[in-house]
Design a protein around this ligand. Structure first.
Ligand SMILES: [Zn+2]
Length: 554
């Protein structure tokens, strides 16, 4: 029998009319100078876009526009349909409450115990609601040697479609497993992790109608035990309590968001100060996604890492290629264009920056739902979900597409090795080191087809570099790496191969010197024995013969 998923609470919420007033226009102002940007905020214009780009969209009156013209600000009038919806919309009970979300996750896990598992990753900062991660994969209790793809929703409370898309993805994967061959393949061959509701406190404030535009978490900033205080509650840029969870990550934290606690994008007291972020980062450091999506609203655009002080990301070519393919798999609500691609500001404690910069995960931020809406009626709801599931499946398939991957191990110990992996053509020390997996020694690096140089570094082993690795199109290129504690042929242990090694071996064989350390360092011909033929082999090598070879001696 299938589990019956009850809606525990039937909700019906009316979106209030927005009080933007008559005679207003949506405008895009280009921040050609810092003064122009400042003027927009000094005028107290209602922002339509986050302050992360080279322009800002605002609601402005004729008087505001006159002023902007007087200071020679460059601006354009946006189409009228970009003004926020003013009609009243009843929220359908299709939207999940926190309680329904938790109930469904546990119901799924108990009905599909072999491919689904639910796990607590911590509690929310203010009201201690448990935050859940959900895993879908075969052998679901085991961390298998498979690419990890991660999805999360609703860092920002009113951006409710992230939660809804994540729940629909879980449902689609589980319901079709064993029936749809592609979904079965993806579940069997991928470690799929989903955190549907990152910000349960803020989301409850939205669903409980405290504010339909609540954005941040529930932190009681002034400590007066009155939660969810606000100066206005009819737009997401209103001054409110709480911390912006998507500015709280430990990645150039001090450059992103706002230090002003009541600002809509207050970054918190310190990097990773919020319990929600701590729960997520400890999960992500454990599972290290290859690819990831962190859902937001609105705008129908995919934010790609990154523009950091004017520079694209080290992996820009592959990152941008995947962003474009992802975006083109998702149709906008107008039915004839697909999502756009834009670049996130790299110096900011956003989830996508932290995941890419710290973990090397290709993390994208889809802004779902058409500009400038958050909560949408059922017909649009199902359309947005259907289109975004196309994006989810594109990403799951891409995890098995063009990449370089392999296992780093030590033949001497027979164990996998955690080593730093560099692909020199796309390497930069701006990013934290990428380390092969501690259980399997696995590394994976998404690339475009081409020729690459792989470097593997470890404190316990000799570093190695392999050039001219040909990464092929449309599939996985496998390149396993063996690490040794010695250089074969380097009999005297100075990490260089030259005539001194020949001399060292001759002295040893004459009985006057010590043996190579380890002995196999002298086994130049790789036959697992140290004899005079190794001396001949080395001499031949210096005269142009084949290089020393590691024997298969363990
Ligand atoms: Zn957002």
């Amino acid at each position: 029998m299938k589990p019956v998923l009850y809606f525990l609470i039937i909700i019906s919420i009316i979106i209030p009319s927005l009080v933007f007033g008559d005679g207003v226009t949506a405008i895009r102002v280009y921040f050609d100078t810092p003064d122009i940007r400042q003027a927009c905020y000094d005028l107290n214009l209602r922002p339509l876009t986050e302050d992360i780009g080279i322009y800002g969209d605002f609601i402005a009156s004729d008087k505001d526009i006159d002023f902007l013209e007087s200071i020679q600000a460059r601006y354009e009038i946006l189409p009228e349909h970009l003004l926020p919806v003013i009609t009243e919309i009843a929220i359908d009970s299709i939207y999940h409450t926190y309680e329904e979300t938790v109930f469904e996750l546990f119901a799924y896990a108990s009905y599909y115990p072999t491919i689904a598992r639910v796990e607590s990753i911590g509690v929310s900062q203010q009201e201690q609601r448990t935050i859940y991660a959900f895993k879908v994969s075969d052998n679901v209790q085991v961390d298998e040697d498979e690419p990890v793809v991660y999805f999360d929703g609703t860092h920002h409370a009113c951006e409710v479609m992230g939660l809804e898309i994540c729940m629909a993805l879980i449902d689609t994967l589980l319901e079709n497993y064993g029936l749809d061959s592609n979904i079965t393949y993806l579940v069997d061959s991928t470690e799929i992790w989903i955190v549907p509701l990152v910000n349960p406190d803020g989301h409850s404030a939205v669903i409980d109608s405290i504010s339909l535009f609540w954005r941040k978490n529930g932190r009681d900033l002034n400590g007066n035990d009155t939660l969810y205080e606000y100066e206005c509650n009819d737009w997401w840029t209103c001054y409110t309590e709480g911390v912006d969870l998507n500015r709280n990550y430990d990645w150039y934290w001090e450059y992103g968001g706002s230090p002003n606690p009541w600002s809509y994008y207050y970054r918190g007291e310190s990097p990773g100060s919020e319990a929600e972020n701590q729960g997520l980062t400890s999960l992500l450091e454990r599972i290290k996604p290859l690819l990831s999506l962190s859902y937001h609203s609105y705008g129908e655009v995919i934010y790609c890492p990154w523009l950091l002080m004017g520079n694209y990301a080290p992996d820009h070519a592959a990152l941008y290629n995947i962003a474009q393919e992802l975006a083109s798999s998702i149709m906008r609500e107008n039915g004839h264009e697909t999502y756009g691609v834009s670049f996130a500001q790299g110096r900011s404690g956003m989830a996508s920056n932290w995941q890419y910069g710290h973990l090397g995960s290709f993390c994208y931020l889809p802004e779902t739902v058409k500009y400038p809406d958050f909560i949408i009626p059922p017909d649009r709801y199902f359309n947005v979900i259907r289109e975004n599931l196309n994006g989810c499946f594109y990403l799951l398939e891409r995890a098995h597409g063009t990449q370089l991957t392999g296992i780093v191990s030590s033949p001497e110990t027979g164990q996998p090795v955690q080593a730093e992996i560099r692909i020199l053509e796309v390497y930069s020390d701006i990013l934290d080191p990428r380390i092969s997996n501690n259980t399997y020694g696995r590394y994976r690096w998404l690339l475009l087809p081409g020729t690459y140089t792989l470097q593997v570094l470890s404190e316990d082993f000799i570093d190695v570099t392999f050039s001219d690795i040909n990464v092929r199109d449309n599939g996985i290129t496998v390149f396993d790496v063996d690490l040794y504690t010695y250089v074969v042929g380097d009999a005297n242990g100075d990490r260089e191969l030259n005539g001194n090694d020949v001399t060292f071996l001759i002295i040893y064989f004459k009985g006057f010197g010590s043996p190579p350390e380890p002995l196999l360092a002298g086994d130049a011909n790789g036959n697992c024995r140290l004899t005079g033929s190794d001396v001949s082999y080395l001499v031949a090598y210096f005269k142009g013969g084949p290089p020393p070879i590691y024997g298969d001696c363990w």
